[in-house]
Design a protein around this ligand. Structure first.
Ligand code: HEM
Length: 572
C-alpha cells in the first residue's frame, strides 16, 4: 500500500475516532460523572439496576395508585425515581407547595422532545411554545375561551348531545346495528344481574365521534358529521394524525428527534401519513381562514357586529387587533386550531366516558342524578332550538349541585391526562411544605428548600395528587360525589391551587385553557343522556395510559380502546 493511501486511511480513522471519543466522553459524563454531583442523588427514592426505569410503576394506571401510595409512605412526599436508568434521577412530588412552584415558575418548561414531537404533527401550537412567545399566544387565544365565548357555543353542545341521544335511540330500536356485534364477549360477567335490554354501546367510541363534531363546529365552524358517519376527509386526516400521536414516537421516532435528517432521507409510513394528513388539513384550513378573514374584514369595514363565534373567527379577530409584530401567520393560526382539536376532543370524550362508566357502577348515584335532572326539565326550558333558550338551559345545568359533584368526582378519579413533565432550564431551589429525610439521615424542614440542577426532569403526577389521602382523606380512591359538599380544607383554596380544586387541568401559565369549555360540554352531554337512558356495566374495564388514560376491556387489549356499557330506556 502506498504511503499516500496509508496517510489517507490514518486521516479517515482519526476523523472517525473524534466523534466516537466525543460520544464516549458524553456517555461517561452522563452515566458516571454527572450523577455524582446531582443533588437528587442525595434524596430517597426507589432503587433499581443499571438501566432499570420506573416509568411503568409511575404511569401504568393499573399499578400507579398503589406505587405512589407506597413510595410516599416509604420516602415522604418528595423523592426521586429513575428515568432511563440509575444515572437518570428525576423528581416526583405530591407536595402541593413543590408543584405550585414548578408549575408557576418560568424556570420549568416542557421538555423540547415533547414539544418537537407535537410541532412535527400540528405545527407551532400552544403546547409547543415557551417563554414570552407562549405568554403572547395565551393572551391572543384567551378571548376564545372566555365565559362569554363558551356560552355562545352552548347551542352546539346541545345540538350534538341531542344528535347522539337520537343516534343511541335508533341503535336501541335496531340492536343489530348497536355495538354488541363488534365487541368481544366480556371477560367476566357483569357486576349486577342484567336488568336492561341486551343492547351494548361502546360509549368511548361514540363520545369520541361526538366531541370531534363539537370541536369541528366550535373550533372552525366545520361539519365533520362524525356521529353519523366516519368518512369525512378532514376528519379522517385528523384521526390518522391523532392515532400516531397516541402511539408515541417509538424507537425510530426518538432517534429521529436527535437526527431529523433520517426522516427526510428515509421517510417511513408514519411520515407519509403525517404529510398526507397535514396536506389535507392545511388545504381545508387555508380555505376556511381565507373566507373567515374576508368576512371579518368586511364586517369591520361596515362596522357591523361580528356574528361568527367559532374559535377560529375569535382567533383571527384577536390576531387582527394585536400588535403587528406579534401577529400569528395563517399557518400558526391553523396550528392552534389543530392543537385545540387534539387537546380538546378525546380528552373531553374520556371525561364523559368515565362518567358514564362510574354511573353504571353506582346505580344509586345514577338515580340521584336522574332525579336532579328531572327537576330541571320541569322548571327550565329543554328546547335548544333558539340560542337564548340553549344558553338559559345551559345556565340551569351549570347550577345543578349534584351534577357538578358527579362531574368533578369523575375528573378527580379518572383524570384523562395521567401526568405530565417539566424540565429545569436553570439551577433552582424548590420550597417544600413537608419535611424530607435525605439518604444520609439529614432532615430538610418544611419551609426550607431543596436544590435542583439545570436539565433535571420533574414528573407532575396528576393522578397521584388527585388520589392523595393527605389532600382528600382516607377514602380518596373511592367514588363519592358527596365529598364535594364538604371538602377537607386541604382540598380547598388556598391549600389547593388547582382549577376547580383538581389537578386534572393542571395550573399555572400552561394550565388547560379549555377547562371551562370541557366541563360545560361534559355536563350538557350527561344532562341530555341520563334522563333518557339507564346504564349498566357490560364488562370489566381497565385503564390504560398512552398520552391519555383510555378504557379497555380487561385482558382484551388487542381489541383497542373501548368502554362497552349496557343501555336501556328510562320509562318517561
Ligand atoms: C377533560 C378535558 C381536558 C383535560 C383533562 C385537559 C387537561 C389538560 C392538561 C393537564 C394540560 C396541561 C398539560 C401540561 O402542562 O403538560 C392541558 C393543556 C392544554 N389543553 Fe387541555 N384538557 C382538556 C380539555 C381541553 C379542551 C376542550 C381544550 C381546547 C378546546 C384544551 C386545550 C388545551 C391546550 C391548548 C393546552 C396547552 C396549554 C399551554 O401549554 O399553554 N384542553 N390540558
Amino acid at each position: 500500500m502506498s504511503t499516500l493511501a496509508l496517510g489517507f486511511l490514518k486521516a479517515c480513522s482519526i476523523i472517525l475516532l473524534i466523534p466516537v471519543a466525543q460520544g464516549l466522553v458524553w456517555l461517561i459524563n452522563m452515566m458516571i460523572v454527572a450523577p455524582i454531583f446531582d443533588p437528587l442523588k442525595k434524596m430517597q427514592g426507589p432503587d433499581g439496576s443499571l438501566l432499570q426505569n420506573h416509568f411503568r410503576e409511575l404511569m401504568d394506571p393499573s399499578i400507579s395508585p398503589d406505587t405512589h401510595e407506597n413510595w410516599v409512605k416509604s420516602f415522604g412526599k418528595t423523592f426521586r425515581f429513575h428515568g432511563f436508568g440509575k444515572h437518570d434521577f428525576r423528581l416526583l412530588s405530591v407536595d402541593l407547595c413543590v408543584m405550585s412552584h414548578i408549575l408557576n415558575s418560568p424556570i420549568y418548561e416542557k421538555p423540547w422532545q415533547t414539544r418537537t414531537l407535537l410541532s412535527n404533527l400540528f405545527g407551532r401550537g400552544t403546547f409547543t411554545m415557551e417563554g414570552t412567545e407562549h405568554k403572547t399566544l395565551r393572551k391572543l387565544i384567551a378571548p376564545a375561551f372566555s365565559s362569554q365565548s363558551i356560552k355562545a357555543m352552548t347551542p352546539i353542545f346541545f345540538q350534538k348531545a341531542e344528535e347522539l341521544r337520537d343516534k343511541w335511540e335508533s341503535l336501541m330500536s335496531s340492536p343489530s346495528s348497536a355495538d354488541n356485534a363488534k365487541l368481544p364477549p366480556p371477560s367476566a360477567p357483569p357486576c349486577s344481574p342484567p336488568s336492561l335490554t341486551d343492547v351494548v354501546i361502546d360509549v368511548a367510541h361514540w363520545f369520541s365521534r361526538a366531541t370531534f363534531d363539537v370541536m369541528g363546529l366550535t373550533g372552525f365552524d366545520y361539519h365533520f358529521h362524525a356521529i353519523q358517519c366516519e368518512s369525512e376527509e378532514v376528519y379522517l386526516a385528523y384521526r390518522n394524525m391523532f392515532k400516531l400521536a397516541d402511539k408515541g414516537p417509538g424507537l425510530r421516532g426518538l432517534v429521529q428527534l436527535y437526527f431529523p435528517i433520517i426522516e427526510k432521507i428515509f421517510p417511513n409510513k408514519a411520515t407519509c401519513i403525517t404529510n398526507e394528513s397535514r396536506r389535507i388539513i392545511d388545504e381545508a384550513g387555508q380555505r376556511l381562514i381565507h373566507s373567515k378573514k374576508s368576512a371579518i374584514l368586511a364586517e369591520k369595514a361596515s362596522a357591523m357586529e361580528i356574528t361568527e363565534k367559532d374559535i377560529l373567527s375569535l382567533l383571527i379577530k384577536s390576531n387582527l387587533s394585536s400588535d403587528v409584530l406579534t401577529r400569528l401567520s395563517d399557518a400558526d393560526i391553523l396550528a392552534q386550531i389543530s392543537t385545540f382539536l387534539f387537546a380538546g376532543s378525546d380528552s373531553t370524550a374520556l371525561a364523559m366516558s368515565w362518567c358514564i362508566h362510574l354511573l353504571s357502577l353506582h346505580p344509586d348515584v345514577q338515580g340521584r342524578l336522574r332525579n336532579e335532572l328531572g327537576s330541571l326539565s320541569s322548571c327550565a326550558s329543554t328546547s335548544s332550538s333558539t340560542v337564548h333558550s340553549a344558553q338559559s338551559h345551559a345556565e340551569a345545568i351549570e347550577g345543578l349541585p349534584f351534577l357538578d359533584a358527579v362531574v368533578r368526582e369523575t375528573l378527580r378519579l379518572c383524570p384523562p391526562v395521567h401526568g405530565t413533565m417539566r424540565v429545569a432550564t436553570r439551577d433552582d431551589n424548590i420550597p417544600i411544605s413537608s419535611p424530607i429525610v435525605l439518604r444520609n439521615g439529614t432532615i430538610i424542614q418544611a419551609g426550607e428548600s431543596i436544590p435542583l440542577r439545570k436539565g433535571s426532569y420533574v414528573h407532575i403526577p396528576i393522578e397521584a395528587l388527585n388520589f392523595s389521602t393527605d389532600i382528600w382523606g382516607e377514602d380518596a380512591r373511592i367514588f363519592n360525589p358527596d365529598r364535594w359538599f364538604s371538602l377537607p380544607h386541604t382540598a380547598r383554596a388556598p391549600s389547593h391551587p388547582g382549577i376547580r380544586n383538581l389537578m386534572t387541568f393542571s395550573f399555572g401559565p400552561h394550565a388547560c385553557p379549555g377547562w371551562k369549555f370541557s366541563i360545560l360540554e361534559t355536563k350538557i352531554f350527561i344532562a341530555t343522556l341520563i334522563p333518557h337512558f339507564l346504564f349498566e356495566p357490560a364488562a370489566d374495564i381497565q385503564k390504560f395510559n398512552a398520552i391519555l388514560t383510555r378504557p379497555y376491556v380487561y385482558d382484551q387489549f388487542e381489541f383497542g380502546t373501548r368502554l362497552p356499557v349496557k343501555i336501556g330506556r328510562v320509562d318517561l
